[in-house]
Ligand binder design. Structure first.
Ligand code: BGC
Length: 686
């Protein structure tokens, strides 16, 4: 590599440090330095057919799926969006999804997936929450690490993004996320830190916004001192598209690749070199990393097959695992095939599901999209009569008591069950804009109210990208099932969950508040146009709700099942926890076991009431009991001490609690730590 470096002219080096087109790097064929490709999305390939070198792969996919829109985009599996993947709490699944994505990107000759997106859901209005996994850094980091390992096992780089603190879309290009260092370390850096420690990503994308006044793309402290020197990150940093203001400043901060092509970037490097701001050492260091990256991803230059069928099965499985059951009064679900004569299905999302949100993550040309209505008919079988009512007509009559309301009432009262699909439009889950409220639309509430009067079996299916408020209308529904934005397999997943072919086990990766104003971090939203003050500090999501005793509608970690689980007999040996879990019901099912730690009451610093430290998704047959073992680590007892610039675990009495959600923790034990201990990283790899 050194020898190539010697042969490169300065101009070639500068060109390599900046992109060429919208998704490519500069090619230097005389030295065998190939063009590299960088594409979205974290949930499937987003690439114009004209952009791929693998014309044959693109052609074969088009002819294999004649129904896939033959527009400009290549065919690619649409996996569930981050909100759905987050709700699975399943690391092994995330590895497999990552692997499948890696295979598809590789087949289309792409060096890096622009994902996973692991920013925290600081508050529910952020338009990109549908892309992100969770409000919790450990859940985000663990799922992100598994995903990265999966992608990279296929020879393609993963690019965790957006480093860091892009937690709202409003003002994302300029505003400064203002926070203290402890908050930054314990919340906003943590998912990235864990991913670097566990999965060693080959790339990382810096954010658009500023952090404490400095652009993420120029943030020397974050990119060089913390990411590289402290954590040992050895990949390349890619700028978010257009995030670089001055290429020389970003180079000094250790951004190796500025994307996309920016006319002024080359001149900025030249000027800075002439003025002595950057020298050969800085340039060569970055070029060398880019060359190492090219070497790491060389597999993408060889032809590769895509197993669309296998990926479709996986997409369905992932969508199934994401299904989150929030309410099931009198066990109205599942609908029994054969036992349910007439089902009335209402709502456009039953035939035109939102499989993902809008913006750079939208997978435009999936090989197949399963329609919930058709899948439900299939699952219910011939015996059932399924009638569909598009809400379009209801929408017109909004709040009128009239013909449509009567017609709806008539139909609902004749049905054995009414399934209402509730969704929001794209503007509620979209890059570049935030939502301005968390409500479902008034006419949808109205539909539910009419159905409630007519039927004792009203089921609401929420096809949403982030938390909504349910307090107004919850009483009109006997069951609430969240399908999230579940990718191409979502329709099948909803139908299977409604009919009991699968047992829901998704869990909320974000708190559903009773009221929007209960969310502490919204008090400083959206900022003054220059700054967004993260004044709530660590009190984000359940950390706030639990510490400040605010009752949520549905808590972090919550999700029902068609069976029940019992936790018993916790014993502890050092940091090893052992306990029994029994499936006490009549159906097989999965439980998501969650472990939370509370810091000593006598502490010199303030802590959230409890914090998630470990979790495991476990399958149990009906009636089965398993012995589970979870090993906590020293790091799980630490906080970041700013004065010492270290993670420290204080002496004192900690409480460990285990259960099925942040507010249902039947097992607990104490752990006494006798001395203070300093730890250099918040997470040591196994
Ligand atoms: C988004 C990134 C995306 C990039 C490339 C940006 O606007 O913030 O997440 O990867 O565009 O499309």
């Amino acid at each position: 590599m050194r020898s190539i470096l010697k042969e490169m002219t300065r101009e070639e080096k500068f060109r390599l440090l900046t992109g060429t087109g919208s998704n490519t790097s500069y090619e230097i064929s005389r030295l065998g330095i190939r063009q590299m490709r960088f594409h979205d999305s974290p949930f499937g390939v987003r690439m114009k057919a004209a952009q791929t070198q693998r014309k044959e792969t693109a052609r074969k996919a088009f002819s294999a799926f004649p129904n896939a829109d033959k527009g400009e985009e290549v065919v690619s599996t649409a996996f569930p969006a981050g909100c759905a993947l987050g709700a699975t709490w399943d690391k092994e699944l995330l590895y497999r999804v990552g692997r499948a994505l890696g295979e598809e990107f590789r087949a289309y000759g792409i060096n890096a997936v622009m994902g996973p997106a692991v920013n925290l859901k600081r508050h529910p209005l952020c338009g990109r929450n549908f892309e992100y996994f969770s409000e919790d850094p450990v859940l985000s980091g663990e799922l992100g690490a598994a995903y990265v390992e999966g992608v990279q096992s296929a020879g393609v780089a993963a690019t965790p993004k957006h480093f860091i603190a892009n937690n709202q879309e409003k003002g994302r290009f300029t505003t400064s996320s203002e926070m203290d260092e402890r908050t930054m370390r314990e919340l906003y850096l943590k998912p990235f830190e864990r991913i670097v420690a566990r999965a060693k990503p080959w790339a990382m994308m810096c954010a658009y916004n500023r952090i404490n006044g400095v652009y993420a793309s120029e943030h020397r402290q974050l990119l060089r001192e913390i990411l590289r020197e402290e954590w040992g990150f050895d990949g390349i940093v890619i700028s978010d598209w257009g995030a670089v203001k001055n290429r020389a400043f970003s180079l000094l901060a250790s951004v190796e690749l500025c994307m996309p092509y920016q006319q002024e970037a080359y001149g900025q490097l030249e000027n800075a070199y002439r003025e002595g701001l950057i020298d050969d050492g800085a340039v060569d260091e970055a070029v060398e990393r880019l060359l190492a990256f090219l070497e790491r991803t060389k597999a993408v230059y060889e032809p590769h097959e895509i197993d669309f069928e296998g990926h479709d099965e996986l997409a369905v499985q992932a969508a199934c695992e994401a299904i989150t059951l929030l309410k099931n009064e009198r066990d109205v679900l599942p609908l029994q095939p054969g036992g349910c004569g007439r089902v009335l299905v209402i709502g456009e999302r039953a035939v035109r599901p939102f499989i993902g949100g809008d913006g750079s993550s939208r997978v435009k040309n999936p090989p197949v999209v399963r329609e919930p209505l058709a899948e439900l008919k299939r699952c219910l079988g011939k015996g059932a009569e399924v009638e569909f009512l598009d809400e379009g007509c209801l929408k017109t009559y909004e709040n009128e008591i009239g013909y449509m309301e009567n017609a709806l009432y008539e139909k609902a009262s004749k049905a054995d069950a009414v399934v209402v699909f509730l969704g929001q439009d794209y503007s509620q889950s979209s890059e570049t804009m935030d939502r301005n409220h968390m409500e479902i639309e008034p006419y949808q509430e109205h539909v539910l109210r009419v159905c409630r009067r007519a039927s004792q079996r009203v089921i609401a299916v929420l096809n949403i990208g982030s938390a909504v408020t349910v307090s107004h209308w919850e009483k009109y529904a006997d069951a609430i099932l969240v399908s999230w934005m579940g990718g191409q397999g979502m329709g099948a997943a909803v139908a299977r969950a409604l009919t009991g072919a699968i047992n829901p086990a998704g869990r909320l990766a974000e708190t559903f508040p009773k009221r929007q104003q209960d969310v502490l971090s919204l008090q400083t939203y959206p900022g003054d146009g220059l700054k967004i003050e993260y004044r709530e500090g660590l009190m984000v999501g359940y950390r706030h709700f639990d510490t400040n005793h605010v009752e949520p509608a549905y808590e972090f970690g919550f999700g029902l099942s068609y069976t029940r689980f019992a936790y018993r007999n916790l014993t502890r040996d050092g940091l090893k926890l052992r306990f029994e879990l029994e499936n006490t019901g009549k159906r097989d099912g999965e439980e998501v076991v969650q472990v939370y730690v509370s810091a000593p009451k006598q502490s010199w610093v303030t802590h959230p009431e409890k914090e998630l430290k470990a979790f495991e998704r476990v399958f149990l047959k009906a009636g089965e009991t398993v012995q589970l073992e979870i090993l906590l680590k020293e790091e799980d007892f630490c906080y970041y001490n700013v004065a010492l610039q270290r993670w420290i675990s204080e002496e004192g009495a900690y409480t460990v609690r285990i259960g099925s959600s942040s507010r249902n923790l039947p097992l607990s034990c104490g752990i006494e730590r006798k001395t203070d201990a300093l730890i250099t990283t918040s997470y040591a790899p196994e």
